[in-house]
Design a protein around this ligand. Sequence first.
Ligand code: AMP
Length: 339
Amino acid sequence: MAHSDIICCISKRFEQARESGNLLFFPSTVTKLPALGVEFQIRLCPALQKKPPIPPPDLGAIEADAGIKSDRAEQREKERHDPFCPYDPHLHLGDLQDQDGAEYVVLFNKFSVVPNHFLLVTKEFQLQSSPLMPSDLVQAYSILIAGQKAGQRYFGFYNCGEQSGASQPHKHLQFIPIEDDGPPTERLARSAHLEMADKPFSLPQLPYAHHIFRFPSNLPSSPPAKIEHTLSTAFLNLLDLVFSTIRHATEYPPGKPSYNVILTIDHMHLIPRRTHEYTFPETGETLSVNALGYAGLLLVKSEEQLKAVQSAGVGNILEAVGLTSVHEIQLGEATTEVE
Ligand code: AMP
């Protein structure tokens, strides 16, 4: 199936899945919160308190197994509930196949807070803690290109690892429509003036470690081999910086590193993660943060949580669940250039 075939019917299919009751949509309201030089969006969705519980994955056990023998981990995982295999056919938007044979299914998020939220899932079970492969990146970027051509812009994100905010261990990237001119931190990235266009950069106004690469402006119209090379090299360079940031961090939790990825037509952002949730000091309540938080879109379930976020400060929350930037130190360290 072509990426454009998936994009063209999303809105209609979303309504159908919602009307049939197979897709649960939770209405929400958005409060804009100026912070760090941009307007963050805090989405309040009280109905999420009533969301049917998803069986929590035993990510620690899966990771431990994966470290010993990946077949055993996969077998173990198949034995427990995997919502993407078998998937609900009412949520199925189509299948994609990469030129190297990698297969994917595209599914609606069953529990949507944002309309038209969909997932790109590997057809065969792969661990969510594994890095993005060239085929994953190419398929994700091809979806963004198809959206742009159809006048429906999306951005992609990937929550990788136990502390990234992921809830499902089967490898999946996610896509959300772009409102206005992009999610908030993408707007900041776009406004950055780069002295060296082919080098990863960080935004000085953000208090947490993050690494961004700007794609050449002609990338969407470039030949497939060029797209694959650019995406893969950018990802590897940014991942190197994530590992280097983690090496500089004190008391990083043991196990595979966790990080978030944000992918737009123009940029790739990687954000190393220390922990998946923020604990409010006053109440001990917790707030789960995934890649969307670092895109500038936080989700809260109550008015009290909204007030707690406002009083804690978005920058402090994102800094606490991420890592301290060591970008200045890293500037001296070499990275492979993207051709
Ligand atoms: P994450 O929490 O980042 O791992 O993303 C998992 C996504 O899958 C969330 O957006 C969930 O709402 C969604 N999800 C959970 N169960 C299902 C299901 N049965 N079908 C489709 N999406 C699901």
